[in-house]
Design a protein around this ligand. Structure first.
Ligand code: SAJ
Length: 449
């Protein structure tokens, strides 16, 4: 029996030991699904804190119930460890480590390189290695394959190597690891066969493609598509503002087209660990090939200028009340990078707050999901949303529109609201004068302080 056939057999009869490197919002859900599929799972993470809490049957990932972790730890199916030697007994390795951008906006591949070193040090014949971290096309072939071959392991016969992009959308009530189709691209046909069989054991739909580069590009296309379309509607918001048209009305009406249109909405910029970062991996790779990815660069330019645009709106709105930004009491409503989550990564609210403070405003924030956060070594603590606070501030800026906030109360109590999410259009006009991100239908009462 060939190495490939033996591994396929172990996957088929679940005698294979699966391992996941990186037990975060991608790796831990995958590890749990592998347990549910019947595999013995070794979770490897460099954080002893994470491994310890998992071994206590707790979960640090909102989409993974502690009960599920506890059940698989108790049964012995799942173990979390900081000891890379545990990989010696693994038949499959899925790498789900961060791929952030450096301050220079260049890819920070340090986590992937570290994982590649760890895997190659413990690789053996009959192992499947799959990289899941979002990265530039060529990473799997250029960074992982040579390290395995340096160990004398032939890729495609001794070991099997593929890329399979993660598609985890934290907090998504409908789509999770098991029911989100999984794209897989192997270095060789045998790699594809093994990687496809592995994921088919656990995930409902597997989509093989012809190479790791194709699989790497699939993820980058998905998220560049979002970045470009968000940039388009953000520019449309500025266009409508200049023309005195309500962009939200235009988008809602365009969205009635039953085909050939997909609704995106303008906002204060883009945050998160995917959309602001992933397209830059492709732009970086193409610069090295002397090609300028104009759509990616333009979308990034438009999206990253939106916090400035919001702050300009605030300045003009205060000016209309004969007030300066300098010394103004500003309340930011919602600082998470998108509604109804507690994640601050790359949040445009951080830019809006910084820009206002640079102009001398006194900035506070209220976010029911984020009582406090650290940024650049500073600790920020949110304030409670009280009538007294709404009466006292010069302007409320809606940056992230968490559903749980009472916007009618804001409309009734605040003097001035700058609304970057069009949430105030959904409540009855009250005391507040409302300035939308773009021109909007006349709203709001006197607004007099
Ligand atoms: N945003 C807008 N207008 C929009 C959509 C988003 O301004 O029309 C902003 C959001 O406020 C946020 C940023 O863009 O600041 C990113 O939003 P997102 O909806 O793309 O959410 P993410 O960053 O959580 O993206 C993830 C991605 N998932 C993966 O990479 C596996 C993305 O591919 C998903 O499509 C997205 O979730 C989703 O659909 O929820």
């Amino acid at each position: 029996m060939s190495t490939q056939q033996a591994l396929l057999q172990r996957i088929q009869d679940r005698s294979a030991v699966s391992s996941v490197i990186g037990l975060g919002y991608v790796g831990l859900p995958l590890a749990m699904e592998l347990c549910e599929a019947g595999f013995q799972v070794v979770g490897y993470d460099v954080s002893a804190r994470v491994c310890d809490l998992l071994m206590r049957g707790e979960s640090h990932i909102q989409d993974v119930p502690a009960e599920q972790v506890a059940r698989h730890v108790r049964s012995g199916k799942f173990v979390a460890t900081t000891d890379p030697a545990a990989l010696d007994r693994a038949d499959t390795v899925s790498i789900a480590v961060p791929t952030p951008l450096a301050k220079t906006r260049d890819p920070d591949m340090s986590y992937v390189l570290s994982a590649a070193e760890t895997v190659s040090a413990h690789a053996h014949r009959g192992m499947l290695i799959v990289l899941e971290s979002t990265t530039y096309p060529g990473t799997t072939r250029e960074l992982l394959q040579p390290r395995l071959e340096a160990r004398g392991l032939a890729v495609g016969s001794d070991v099997f190597l593929a890329f399979s992009p993660e598609r985890v959308d934290p907090g998504n009530p409908t789509f999770h690891t098991k029911n989100t189709p999984k794209v897989v691209g192997g270095i060789t046909a045998a790699c594809n066969t093994v990687a496809t069989a592995f994921y088919q054991s656990t995930i409902d739909t597997v989509v093989p493609v012809s190479s790791p580069e194709a699989a790497e590009l699939v993820k980058l296309l998905e998220n560049t598509f979002r970045s470009v379309n968000i940039g388009l509607v953000n520019e449309m918001a500025i266009v409508c503002d200049r023309l005195g048209v309500d962009v939200w009305e235009v988008i809602d009406a365009a969205a009635t087209k039953p085909f050939g249109f997909m609704k995106f909405t303008p906002g204060p910029g883009i945050g998160g660990h995917c959309i602001p970062l992933d397209p830059h991996y492709l732009a970086w790779k193409m610069r090295a090939l002397n090609y300028k990815t104009r759509f990616i660069d333009l979308a990034s330019e438009v999206n990253s200028a939106m916090p400035d645009y919001v702050v300009e709106k605030v300045a003009w709105a205060l000016n209309d009340d004969r007030k300066a930004v300098k010394g103004a009491k500003v309340l930011i409503l919602g600082v998470a990078y998108k509604r109804d989550i507690d994640d601050m990564r790359e949040s445009p609210a951080l830019d809006v707050m910084r820009l206002l403070e640079e102009r001398g405003a006194h900035v506070q924030y209220h976010d029911p999901h984020i009582p406090s956060f650290r940024e650049d070594g500073h600790e920020f603590t949110g304030v409670a949303l009280t009538d007294a606070l709404l009466d006292a501030v010069d302007v409320v800026v809606v940056v992230t529109d968490h559903k749980v906030v009472d916007y009618q109360r804001v409309a009734d109590r605040a003097a001035l609201v700058v609304d970057a999410r069009n949430v105030m259009a959904k409540v009855t006009p009250g005391r507040a004068r409302v300035v939308a991100l773009t021109s909007s239908r006349p709203q709001g009462g006197s607004g007099a302080a």
